[in-house]
Design a protein around this ligand. Structure first.
Ligand code: ADQ
Length: 765
């Protein structure tokens, strides 16, 4: 309460002082103007009296003089008139002036008998008076003086009234402001803080309670954000401690964020760590006059951030946001995450031609279709490859600059945008441990061999100490490609390549997602039911069963094939018409490339065609939501769906399948999964399909919807265990364990990533 009193006290004091100062000013101004007005009136009366008096003959006119004087002496404020002779003696005084003055008549003022007019205020008894003197003339001679006396008490009375009004106003203002302040403090501060304190008490007691909606309170926003972060960290730390305890109890070895952190401390041993990727973890865009930061939806940030934080490392990426330049320092750097800066983001700028040639051209019109066997012909332009080389060396310069003088740095390069980078880095910094992770498939040697620059690409990649793919078959395809195309020695069982004197390990590291747990399954099942009803209402349809697909709108994802599967399913099982709806979330991507415009048009027209065939007033077989969705939005669909369809024609891993499994804390839902996605190697309890086989797809949908509850839960349980154990933290630990364990003097010493991890984590635990 003390703060309320302080606040109200200060407001009252400030208002009172300001009001009093204004009142003093107002009173003085009014008083001055009233006095001037009175003087002016006295002057007018005195002047007109003088004229009348001076016209009378000097002798024998006393009676007339008295009449004139008495006539003027009557107005309300005019108290009386006095006529003095030339010696200054009063010779004529209006009748009751003496009584009203209550004292002797004041003498005529100095100078008046010398021809001056004088006006003055004076006090007599309790009353303030004003007297105005003018000289009287007879011809040229001064024959006496005339004085007009006015009662000036009304001026003081008005001043007193102004003060009284001021005090009343101040009092009312003070009461109103004190009341409003108390209410505002109660509503905007006391209540939210009490609620937040209760929330924190509940959290401390280990209860799972939703965060109270306090974010709207402007003043408290920084505090609520900090407290929310703290609460989240507390919850995570508690969950992780419980998990650790549980694991110790069960002698399991599950990777958590905390375990990764501890592992990294031991493994990195203070070494500098850099990640290079095309996409940056934080992009900034102008939204009106402010700048908005966006975290692109990707598991990579989740996996890489703990490593960068543990090493205070640097993430080097293409600055593609329109406000990116406005937020970096003079060395193109920025500390991130915003609000909790723990590592450095170094932005590399590309001009339009570079972006077109390197990113849209060679990487996405050349390498992407080359590595995905999805029957889209790769386009190879020499001009694009030239930009690809230029941009790779631009990034190499940035890496060398960021690493500086630090010895034995670890550089992790991401993806097919940077095939030439490992060699470029190693040439300048042989002491660096360089790994590249290839997120997309590697095709067989015949398919890869059509690339006119396959030798340069392979040679660039073999500059790395470690090359990672998602699955073993991609590693084998890579080794076979090297075997066919380049002079090198390959140790097939150990999956190593030696080119010249440099050894490169090739290993599978299946990428994954964050695991999710729910403490209370019954509660979850109820909320899933409600969530689905809410979603269907928002989509304005009625359906008993919901299917979900989440993809970038890419021709490798098999979206039209999936729609054909839905169409065939409804043809074969018409009893599902009006009951099964498939929701496709599809984010347009790389839209500057013609093939991507074609796939958007194809997906839209197929959805429309199939809908026209089957839809009713309250139901549609396909709902296409062709825009980017936040992770939170996507998670709602995952939780509400009966089946998730992943029908990629070819996919390195496919995180959507794993995200769906991870999000099903209720144990429900089924997965239809293409056998051409890397995830099919791990999620063996999904319904594995060939996306080109429409009949099989239709049958898989039926099976997914008609699984017995036990079977569905049994399959989901197994898949959840796989995702939980092989989670994103384990992926990061395996990769970093392998690259940091490389001995440059005798690299063969590290046999496998798991060995490396065990060696390194031995120190960490
Ligand atoms: P992608 O080809 O992008 O990744 P995927 O693995 O499925 O494919 O990851 C897509 C990610 O984007 C998921 O996290 C998903 O939730 C999100 N996403 C998809 N559609 C979205 C939408 N409409 N709105 C918002 N987010 C959306 C490449 C390779 C994959 C490999 C990953 C990771 O092609 O084979 O699994 O890298 O290595």
């Amino acid at each position: 309460m003390r703060i309320s009193f302080r606040l109200i006290g200060s407001l009252v004091l400030a208002i009172s002082v300001i009001s009093v100062l204004f009142a003093i000013f107002q009173v003085n101004t009014e008083k001055r103007s009233k006095r001037n007005e009175l003087s002016r009136r006295a002057e007018i009366i005195a002047e007109s009296l003088r004229e009348s008096v001076e016209l009378l003959p000097p002798k024998g006119s006393e009676k007339r003089l008295r009449q004139i004087v008495e006539k003027f002496g009557s107005p309300e404020l005019l108290a009386g008139v006095v006529i003095y002779n030339k010696d200054g003696k009063p010779i004529l005084v209006t009748s009751d002036l003496g009584k009203r003055l209550g004292s002797k008549l004041p003498p005529v003022q100095n100078g008046v008998l010398q021809g001056k007019t004088v006006g003055r205020f004076f006090n007599a008894g309790q009353t303030e008076w004003h007297a105005y003197y003018v000289p009287l003339h007879t011809g040229e001679q001064i024959s006496g003086a005339l004085a007009v006396f006015n009662d000036a008490t009304y001026i003081e009375a008005q001043t007193a009234k102004t003060w009284r009004d001021t005090f009343t106003r101040v009092l009312v203002q003070v009461l109103v402001i004190a009341g409003i302040t108390l209410l505002v403090i109660r509503w905007s501060m006391v209540r939210p803080i009490t609620r937040m304190a209760q929330w924190m008490r509940d959290l401390r007691a280990g209860k799972t309670v939703p965060q109270p909606g306090l974010i709207g309170e402007d003043v408290l926003r920084p505090l609520t954000q900090e407290v929310t972060h703290m609460a989240t960290s507390l919850r995570r730390a508690r969950a992780s401690a419980q998990e650790e305890a549980r694991l110790r109890e069960a002698a399991e070895s599950l990777w958590t964020a905390e375990r990764l952190r501890v592992f990294l401390q031991g493994t990195l041993e203070g070494r500098k760590f850099c990640v290079v990727s095309n996409r940056e973890p934080y992009q900034q865009f102008y939204r009106g006059s402010s700048i908005e930061t966006i975290v692109p939806a990707s598991g990579l940030v989740t996996a890489m951030e703990p490593i960068l934080v543990a090493s205070d490392g640097t993430w080097i990426a293409h600055g593609a946001g329109d406000a990116d330049r406005a937020t970096v320092d003079e060395r193109d750097r920025l500390r991130v995450p915003p609000g909790d800066p723990r590592y450095t983001l170094r932005r590399v700028w590309l001009n339009r031609q570079e972006e077109d040639g390197y990113y849209y051209g060679f990487a996405n019109e050349g390498l992407w279709p080359l590595c995905h066997i999805a029957h889209t012909r790769p386009v190879f332009r020499a001009e694009d490859f030239r930009y690809y080389k230029e941009v790779n060396s631009k990034f190499a310069d940035a890496v060398i600059e960021e690493v500086g003088d630090v010895q034995n740095p670890i550089i992790l390069v991401q993806d097919y945008h940077f095939a030439l980078l490992p060699r470029l880095i190693k040439e300048k910094r042989p002491d660096a441990r360089v790994a590249i992770f290839w997120h997309i498939p590697w095709p067989n040697p015949e398919a890869f061999g059509i690339c006119p620059w396959q030798h340069e690409l392979l040679d660039g990649l073999l500059g790395a100490d470690l090359i990672g793919f998602h699955i073993e078959s991609h590693c084998r395809n890579f080794l076979e490609t090297v075997d066919r195309a380049l002079e090198s020695r390959i140790a097939w069982e150990r999956m190593n390549v030696t080119r010249g004197s440099h050894l490169t390990m090739v290993r599978p590291f299946p990428i994954s997602v964050e695991p999710q747990d729910a403490p209370d399954e019954t509660h979850e099942r109820e909320s899933v039911f409600l969530e689905r009803a809410e979603l269907l209402r928002e989509l304005n349809i009625e359906a008993d069963f919901v299917g979900i697909g989440v993809d970038r709108l890419d021709y490798t994802k098999g979206i039209p094939e999936r729609f054909h599967g839905v169409e065939r399913f409804l043809e074969r099982h018409p009893n599902y018409c009006g009951r099964f709806t498939f929701v496709q979330i599809a984010a347009p991507t790389r839209t500057r490339i013609n093939r991507y415009q074609d796939i958007i048009a194809e997906v839209e027209s197929e959805a429309e065609r199939i809908n026209r065939r089957f839809q009713t007033r309250r139901w549609k077989p396909i709902i296409l939501l062709a825009r980017h969705h936040s992770h939170k939005e996507i998670a709602r669909y995952y939780r509400a769906a009966d089946v998730c369809m992943v029908t990629s024609l070819h996919d390195g891993m496919n995180l959507v399948a794993k995200e769906f499994v991870a999000s099903r804390v209720d144990g429900g839902g089924a997965v239809i999964l293409s056998r051409f996605a890397g995830a099919a190697q791990e999620l063996l309890d999904a319904l594995i399909v060939n996306p080109y086989d429409t009949e099989q797809l239709a049958e898989a949908i039926r099976m997914a919807l008609e699984l017995t509850p036990e079977e569905r839960r049994g399959r989901m349980r197994t898949m959840r265990r796989v995702v939980k154990e092989g989670n994103i933290y384990r992926w990061a630990a395996d990769l970093i364990g392998a690259v940091s364990g490389i001995r440059l003097d005798m690299p063969e010493i590290v046999k496998s990533p798991a060995d490396a991890r065990t060696q390194a984590s031995g120190q960490a635990r």
